[in-house]
Design a protein around this ligand. Sequence first.
Ligand SMILES: [Zn+2]
Length: 284
Amino acid sequence: ESFKYTYQVVCRLINLFPLLTFSGPDGEKTWPKKYPYCGGVFQSPIDFHNDILQYDSTLLPLELEGYNVSSTDQFMLTNNGHSVRMSLLPTMHIRNLPFQYTAAQLHLHWGNRNRPEGSEHTISGRHFAAELHIVHYNSDKYPDVTTAIDKSDGLAVLAVLIEVRCPLNPSYEKIFNHFQNVKYKDQVALVPGFDIQELLPDRLDEYYRYEGSLTTPPCYPSVLWTVFRHPVKVSQEQASLNKKDIFLFSLSLYPKKSTIKLAAALCVVKVHFCAPCHFLNLVC
Ligand SMILES: [Zn+2]
């Protein structure tokens, strides 16, 4: 069990300074007027820095069910005008959370020409090239993702940070090679089934866990976030093709939300499976 780290960020008090989160790019400042939740509690994304991490012995390595989808099944890839999303199957679940969470869709957050670093969450202030979100809804309590989206226990999102390194990532390519068919809003392509777990890093036991929100309006504080500690790698070719082919002509409906840097005084730190924890200021 050595070299396992599971982090939980406990930030019950972030609503003390909600307006601090709106110093971001133009557009974001005006969100709270139209979308009150964007100025409210439990907002995402946040920066994971050592000061706010807390040891939590109750967290478990993530267990996924039904993620290995047969190639005879198909996922629907859609350009909705501000992102490309891929529908997932109702047979895909996260198992060991307080409720059963069923997969609904995945999508990517990329940078653009002006802001090449596209990840939403950051680690010690560091952005990554992109971020994959796999969205699940609480299927024990709600019939579908639309019903769950504004409920406090409604959603669970797995987030994978993506960095640009050689070589080409064949698993991500299974999605990316269909992007040419969804260049424009409302275009749809079908992607043959594959093991979606290939899109995650190898270590499913090393992650940050916190209660947050949708990162775009209406910013509902409904998301139990699991952000994997280790990024996955895609090639430069893959990264630039995606930006060129999707982002430069897709209408970006929302600017990216600023990452929230929570103060240590507002959050405490939990770490589980703490073997060599010397890089954290913790005694395990
Ligand atoms: Zn997202």
